[in-house]
Ligand binder design. Sequence first.
Ligand code: HEM
Length: 284
Amino acid sequence: MAETETETEGTPVKGNGNGRAARLLPPPLRRPGKPGSNGSGGSARVVEGAKDAPADLLAWLDERTSATAFLTGSLYRKVPKGTNWLYTLGSATLFAFVVQAVTGVFLAMYYTPSTIEAYDSITNLTNNVFMGEFVRGMHKWGASVMVILVFVHMARTFFVGAYKYPRELNWIIGVVLLILTMVMGFTGYLLPFDQRSYWATIVGVNINGTGPIVGPFLSDFLRAGPEFSQTTLSRFYSIHMMMVPGAIIALIGAHLYLVVKQGTTAPPWVRADTKPKSSRAEKV
Ligand code: HEM
């Protein structure tokens, strides 16, 4: 049916000719009326309009983005029977990642990725910047929390058999996310550039070098030359704050898309319960 314009309180809205669409749509932004035009005071009308403004703004956005349809589709999903707190670990990991991203942005405002200045910039951040020690502590402890959560989340998905058909691809994406989470921890450890982080990273890079076939290439790439140098620190910083977070964000997007599309896996004991107790054939 051809679309026509329907008039609602002076503002034209798209409709299908019978005015139904106009009634279904939230009230569009209204122009304040002239004082006394409808018997009530103009200021009362302005106050009413102001109260509706947030809802009107959301309706305006929703009409143009279909955000409600998207959010309803992704958030209002059926969850299987037997779902418990262990099923929240993926979301907890996501939250830990967001905390790392936000605190990391603030740390980057004060950090200098130079072999000479890195340590001093971090000392300054810890001792002199308002809430610096707190934000640094959140980032440092948050890193361990994220690593623990990602492992426990993986264990949950493994023990309910969520790696099986049709979720193999999501499991593989998860494995890459696990590796990238570890890379975040490894590359972040060098950044303070104190004695401990320097020597621990040398040990880590050497361990990488012992890997079969790709090991030596990997350690050369990480060291960015025959010795640890300014280029090594710059490379670690770039991997830590740009390359890996970008990849993690993209992969989390794909991971969640598949979770929404495929739903979550019921615990095996619940699935066993839902099998029919006896079939007609068995009775005969
Ligand atoms: C940055 C790391 C990760 C984030 C943010 C993340 C996030 C999530 C979220 C929010 C869910 C849905 C809720 C839930 O089941 O807990 C989920 C499900 C899933 N995740 Fe992850 N995940 C991560 C890493 C991993 C890893 C390391 C694996 C395994 C190697 C994995 C495998 C899966 C699988 C198979 C599902 C589907 C679960 C099911 O069908 O019951 N994820 N993930």
